[in-house]
Design a protein around this ligand. Structure first.
Ligand SMILES: [Zn+2]
Ligand SMILES: [Zn+2]
Ligand SMILES: [Zn+2]
Ligand SMILES: [Zn+2]
Length: 328
């Protein structure tokens, strides 16, 4: 991998500075996700009256349903040893038929009473502390949590396995401080990617730049990889937020020289979609290497691509209103 030799020169122009000042901060109305069960609503009302996050009884039972080995919530089948020590099914498969608590042989004893209790419970989403107000029957909880919009985001930095997760403001400072990512304000940009020996690249050359506009953050990715047998360069934008918000924005990328240019226009993908997933779906500006070298000019020994781009906000039609002539 030859990351250091890729140079990224940013040339923010006056227009982008002006645009940054114009950026409005209209926060988007978040759609409540998932229909609320009447019971959940009632439970929530009870919670807010009592001022406690979880009714005391439920939290006590919740502790009972915590696997003593891995501390995850237990879901049926819940197992127990002959002495009554409980265990989740994942752990049961790992402990070689010995109870981790008393070392007795485990056998195949289900704990039906606890399974019944589990079914009757309604519990808050595990991202409660991150702001999720939803309460679910035990079984729908897992399904919701996989899609919960309050679940933390993965670090969007590509090129290394970074295990950091968090909300967007946290990840923005993490990218700046720990990955030393370039940060820019404004919704237009003008970027140069320079590489001295483009013949020996591939697969590991990438760049990330973060843009701040419309009160949101966007990741501009640029990288080289093999597409089939052909070396290509690719640039694309990801939105630091959820998919439904990403759809409110569009962007364009342009690359060219010598009176020729290629233009890409698209919708940024959410950072919920991994960098790799976006790359492999070819959802961005793809430049064949020969074209890239042509755009670089000179003696084809050096890659010098100038990519200009713009991010804009799509016209919004608030839910429930009709566009004349389009409503049946
Ligand atoms: Zn377990
Ligand atoms: Zn035991
Ligand atoms: Zn949730
Ligand atoms: Zn990271």
């Amino acid at each position: 991998m030859d990351v250091d030799s890729v140079e990224c020169l940013s040339l923010p122009d006056a227009a982008s500075a002006a645009a940054a000042m114009d950026a409005d901060d209209v926060s988007l109305a978040r759609h409540a996700h998932g229909a609320l069960l009447a019971a959940a609503a009632a439970a929530r009302a009870a919670c807010s009256k009592g001022g406690a996050a979880v009714p005391a009884v439920a939290s006590g039972v919740h502790e009972l349903l915590e696997c003593p080995v891995c501390t995850n919530s237990m879901y049926p089948p819940i197992h127990q040893c002959p002495n009554g020590h409980t265990l989740c099914s994942t752990c049961k498969a790992r402990v070689h038929n010995r109870c981790p608590t008393c070392r007795q042989e485990l056998g195949d004893i289900r704990c039906l009473a606890l399974e019944k209790v589990a079914e009757s419970l309604e519990l808050p989403c595990k991202y409660f502390s991150l702001g999720c107000p939803e309460i679910f029957p035990y079984y729908s909880k897992i399904k919701h949590e996989a899609q919960c919009m309050f679940r933390p985001y993965n670090c969007p930095y590509a090129g290394s396995e970074c295990a950091v997760v968090g909300d967007i403001p946290y990840l923005v400072s993490h990218l700046r401080d720990d990955h030393k990512v370039d940060m820019h304000s404004g919704c237009t940009f003008n970027h140069r990617y320079v590489k001295s020996n483009p013949r020996e690249v591939e697969n590991a050359t990438w760049m990330l730049t973060v843009f701040h506009c419309f009160g949101q953050y966007f990741c501009l990715h640029f990288e080289a990889f093999q597409l089939g047998m052909a070396p290509v360069y690719m640039a694309f934008l990801r939105f630091m937020g959820d998919d439904n918000e990403a759809r409110n924005y569009s962007y364009s990328l342009e690359v060219g020289a010598n009176g020729r240019k290629m233009v890409w226009e698209g919708t940024p993908r959410s950072v919920r979609d991994s960098h790799r997933k976006v790359r492999d779906s070819h959802d961005g500006l793809i430049i064949q290497r020969n074209m890239a070298l042509f755009f670089s000019g000179g003696d084809r020994k050096e890659l010098k691509l100038r990519i200009t781009g713009r991010i804009w906000k799509e016209q919004q039609t608030p839910d429930g209103t009709c566009t004349p002539n389009l409503c049946s």
